[in-house]
Design a protein around this ligand. Sequence first.
Ligand code: 5GP
Ligand code: MG
Length: 191
Amino acid sequence: MHDDIERVLIDRATIERRLGEVAAQIVADFDARRGNGSGGELTLVPILTGSIIFVADLIRKLPVRMQIHLVSVSSYPSTSTTSRGARIRAELTNLPQGLQGAHVLVIDDILDSGHTMRMVTDLIAGLQPASLRTCVLLHKRRSESADVRADYVCFEIPDRFVVGYGLDYNDYYRNLPKIVVLRPEAVRQER
Ligand code: 5GP
Ligand code: MG
């Protein structure tokens, strides 16, 4: 498995440190919104499966009362390394209930084209949450995603296919503790 790695993009210690900063920001913003008298609890909506490791680490740095509603989006043909097919393939398979009046934070592993995030936030916006924010571990810099932004971005990365720390290639590599770029030979590019 390690022979497939071209280089380490973000190591474990850097992820750990950055998650602490982002978590502090999330809590401060949440406290400020509740202080405005809007009330409501924090509800996290992680998008499966890529966000699982990120969410598991992040929530232990959020010392607030919260609920978690997992959703899953089918957007990728199994071995594809681009998400351009998301436009036609994406669908949300389990729309969360009871988000009315909640401070919702949607969480994904990576914002690439932005289609996944837009689809999920459009659906949740219709459920009348008290507030709706978005958080991603990674934001891939490419021009097509310019109009979809996440409120909290842990790391900006170049337009390369990355795996590890929850992110997969063909469902492998999620268990790598760091974020890496795969060797081109290890990835069947379909761009
Ligand atoms: P978007 O809808 O923003 O184009 O794509 C977001 C989804 O595509 C993410 O949830 C993730 O599953 C997948 N994705 C996009 N870029 C990468 C990447 O570099 N590596 C991996 N493993 N998944 C990616
Ligand atoms: Mg995903």
